[in-house]
Design a protein around this ligand. Structure first.
Ligand SMILES: NC(=O)c1ccc[n+]([C@@H]2O[C@H](COP(=O)([O-])OP(=O)(O)OC[C@H]3O[C@@H](n4cnc5c(N)ncnc54)[C@H](OP(=O)(O)O)[C@@H]3O)[C@@H](O)[C@H]2O)c1
Length: 287
């Protein structure tokens, strides 16, 4: 049986949707089963990253675990991820597919979650459990609300200047993780989930200006001002701090790493920036 953690989240839901159309037993691990309102799934399991006993119980009879990281601060996430690996070991899970992050490859990184992903990869290695690692680049989807906002204000704000990112969409990431889980020939390797071209934020703003026909200005601000703006938008402090500090990683070209790994796994081209932005402009989210 395949088990998906973080199944109520964006990537988790996309994986559940794909697995629902396959003839393979799977389960969705969620923190609040009573509140689950996602894609209907026959096998919803209570799964809390802070509770090893609960996770061991949920993982009985699981052979392949798709492990999606949590969404709290770095120190807590390190402990949670060690818990998940310990629980998988106790329950006898045969294979773990871990959604890691591209900056683990960077010589220098100031993005706080890099430390967590390095710790989780190393703990996974020490656990002795067979595993696959998918090091994911920055989700293009992360920009959606700022892009939609820029269509209304005519301004896009961020702290990055010239740094380029090999953006990837959550749809493609989910499809890649599901394909690896369903096809053991893709397992026991490390992959880079990037696209084959990198873009600066100015490039992205040029693209949305072109697709929407509106004049949109890219306005880089200081890292400090960016952190304040993110906090004021309602982001928790640990996250606004991490995202602002991530500007260093962008400028240091830590995200400017291209790869065909995901394209090869999927056997098709990845979603393009142009299509993603065009769909965003045409979506009912905009007006
Ligand atoms: N590559 C990137 O650009 C990038 C950017 C942001 C994040 N990420 C990472 O990618 C992951 C997946 O992305 P996403 O968009 O799917 O994130 P998401 O929508 O925030 O989903 C995170 C999932 O983790 C679950 N979770 C959090 N804490 C948990 C706990 N203590 N016990 C059990 N489940 C818990 C959440 O459950 P609830 O629904 O109960 O909260 C949710 O299902 C994120 O969690 C984050 O680590 C990557």
């Amino acid at each position: 049986m395949i088990f998906v953690t973080g199944a109520s989240g964006d990537v988790g839901q996309k994986i559940i949707k794909i697995l629902s159309n396959e003839n393979k037993l799977f389960a969705a691990g969620v923190r609040y089963p009573d509140k689950y309102q996602g894609i209907p799934c026959e096998n919803i399991k209570y799964f809390d990253y802070n509770n090893i006993q609960v996770m061991v119980k949920a993982l009985v009879d699981v052979d392949t675990l798709i492990f999606i990281s949590g969404n709290c601060d770095t120190t807590e996430r390190i402990l949670q991820h060690r818990n998940i690996i310990d629980a998988a070991n106790i329950a006898g899970v045969s294979h773990i597919i871990y959604l890691s992050f591209v900056t683990v490859l960077a010589l220098e990184s100031r993005f706080s979650f890099t430390r967590q992903h390095i710790d989780t990869e190393s703990y996974l290695l020490q656990s002795g459990i067979s595993h696959t690692i998918a090091r994911c680049n920055w989700y293009l989807d992360n920009l959606s609300s700022a892009l939609i906002n820029s269509l209304q204000t005519g301004i896009y704000i961020d702290a990055a200047k010239k740094g380029k990112i090999s953006f990837i969409t959550k749809d493609d990431v989910a499809a890649g993780l599901a394909k690896i889980a369903l096809n053991p020939q893709w397992q026991q390797r490390s992959y880079l989930f990037s696209s084959d071209k990198s873009y600066s934020l100015q490039d992205i703003v040029n693209c949305i200006s072109h697709k929407s026909g509106k004049v949109i200005i890219y306005r880089p601000i200081t890292e400090q001002d960016y952190e304040v703006a993110l906090s004021q938008s309602g982001m928790p402090n640990y996250l606004s701090n991490a995202i602002a500090a991530n500007t260093f990683d962008i400028e240091n070209d830590n995200y400017d790493i291209n790869s065909n790994d995901l394209k090869n796994i999927l056997g098709r081209d990845l979603n393009t920036i142009e299509n993603y932005i065009e769909n965003l402009c045409n979506s009912n989210l905009v007006y």
